[in-house]
Design a protein around this ligand. Structure first.
Ligand code: NAD
Length: 482
């Protein structure tokens, strides 16, 4: 059951992902999709919109008729108690028709203010009384701060147990994010070095070229800290820094991630502005075109205090990571669209290859997450020629190149995981609560002090100068690796 089936997410991501699973034979023939949304549509109109979305996403010529015949529509206002009963009837008719054994997934592809209400109605009106499994898939944002997240969690936990709740973080569906774990735990050459004895610092960047676009109203209540750091950035930090789990089960992996979040040094008061930098884009040029400042975007307050950029220094107070700064930065209207992680190793104890003041480059391991997926390792090797001189070399592995297999869309993987009942790549409540608690302290300071220097970076750049200074203070700089 997809709540919000006429929305953008359903059309651009969910229907095409379901179709790809179907094509690959990963969906059984015995399935039905109930689209729920406010608009009055017939089944035929809904099926046509599903067909259009599949065609727009990929496949123009395939035979979609069999696939779309599994789609049914229920016009329903989620705030109206009376319409849940007819939805229940429809679901149980489809259950008998397709022989579904009472297995149900409820996907909430709607604005978050409805999440709690829907979950409560699903229980109260008996839609969750099923003979098979019941699962709830819930989109971000999960709350606005720790208190609202707790409130929401309480509402949904009335209807679903923790192991029936699948909180989406679409970064966790990305192939290369899942690969972090494999790179670390399947290679003898990395894991022994993965600690404060050999790593000098870690840098995570997730930059976007796009501005806020049509999402000004939502973004004004969120900002980069809530939109990106609380979820995606901290999830990547947890995967990078966790201890090897004793087994690759959902519980074991989650419990190691939770420990990282617990060990993250909390920031309060003055420490916030010492460790974190906020930015907001001004006008500038992207691909030779003038683009407006954030404050001139639609639905944005002309004196907005909302940050469109965040850079921060995280410290993890445990044996493995004590003293290793983990720098993160994310923002809109930056120079390039890129998500990548740079692991900088410590300098070797003595350099035999000094060349006229030039020191050796440190070894770097770069994990490219998007747009290109892959790994690069920067080493030093001998420069060809008579002299013994060192020169940096880059070993590259690009994921896309292999057998022409394109990386599956994150949603396809996540939907498949949910159908199989594997919650590893979804966020557990403990992770949500811990990351909100960390981020809330920063929001408190930033919301109480207006940023006098906004806008403080030009569109089309890598963010404000203060983000560079954050690393310079520690003797580092952001690696401009591509
Ligand atoms: P949208 O505004 O395009 O769609 C909202 C849907 O909800 C529509 O189908 C609408 O009919 C339905 N709806 C609204 N009020 C209703 C009501 N009272 N009763 C019944 N149906 C109602 O939103 P979207 O972009 O598809 O996003 C949905 C969720 O997914 C949000 O939580 C968003 O943050 C999240 N999300 C979206 C994307 C994306 O790519 N669009 C990416 C990540 C997360």
């Amino acid at each position: 059951m997809i709540f919000g089936a006429t929305g953008d997410l359903a059309k651009r991501k969910l229907f095409p992902s379901l179709y790809r699973l179907y094509q690959k034979g990963k969906l059984s023939e015995r399935f039905a999709v109930v689209g729920v949304a406010r608009r009055a549509l017939s089944n035929e109109e809904f099926q046509l919109s599903v067909k259009e979305s599949i065609e727009a996403a990929s496949d123009k010529n395939g035979n979609h008729d069999e696939f779309i015949s599994h789609f049914h529509y229920h016009s329903h206002d989620v705030t109206d108690s009376s319409s849940y009963l007819s939805l229940k009837q429809m679901a149980s008719d489809l259950d008998s028709h397709y022989g579904l054994g009472g297995n149900r997934i409820f996907y909430l592809a709607m604005a978050p203010e409805f999440f709690g209400t829907i979950a409560e109605h699903l229980k109260a009106d008996g839609l969750t009384d099923v003979a098979g499994f019941k699962r709830l898939v819930i989109e971000k944002p999960f709350g606005h701060d720790v208190e609202s997240a707790k409130q929401l969690n309480k509402q949904i936990r009335n209807a679903f147990s923790e192991d029936e709740i699948y909180r989406i973080d679409h970064y966790l569906g990305k192939e290369m994010v899942q690969n972090i774990e494999v790179i670390r735990f399947a290679n003898a050459i990395f894991e022994p070095l993965w600690n404060n004895r050999y790593i000098s610092n870690i840098q995570l960047t997730s930059s976007e070229v796009l501005g806020v676009e049509e999402r000004g109203r939502y973004y004004e209540t969120s900002g980069a800290l809530r939109d990106m750091v609380q979820n995606h950035m901290l999830q990547m930090v947890a995967l990078l820094a966790m201890e090897p789990p004793i087994r690759l089960t959902t519980e074991e992996i989650r419990s190691e991630k939770v420990k990282v979040l617990r060990a993250m040094r909390p920031l309060e008061g003055d420490a916030v502005n010492e460790h974190f930098v906020r930015g907001q884009y001004g006008k500038g040029k992207i691909d030779e075109e003038e683009v407006p400042a954030y404050r001139d975007e639609p639905m944005v307050d002309p004196s907005s205090n909302t940050e469109t950029f965040v850079a921060g220094k995280l410290l993890i107070d445990n044996f493995r990571w004590a003293g290793v700064p983990i720098y993160i930065r994310t923002g809109k209207r930056m120079e390039t669209k890129s998500t990548k992680i740079v692991i900088q190793f410590k300098d070797i104890p003595m350099n035999l290859y000094y060349q006229s003041e030039q020191t050796l480059n440190p070894n770097l391991l770069v994990i490219h997450i998007q747009p290109g997926e892959g790994i690069s390792l920067y080493l030093n090797a001998k420069k060809s020629g008579q002299n013994v001189e060192a020169t940096p070399v880059k070993l590259n592995f690009a994921n896309k190149g292999i057998d022409g297999i394109n990386t599956p869309e994150a949603y396809e993987k996540l939907l498949f995981d949910c159908m199989r009942g594997d919650a590893t790549n979804f966020t557990h409540w403990d992770e949500v609560a811990l990351s909100w608690s960390f981020v809330d302290k920063i929001s408190e300071v930033w919301e109480s002090e207006k940023a006098e220097n906004f806008p403080n970076y030009e569109s089309g750049t890598m963010g404000p100068r203060e983000a560079d200074q954050l690393l310079e203070k520690d003797g580092f700089f952001w690696w401009p690796v591509t």
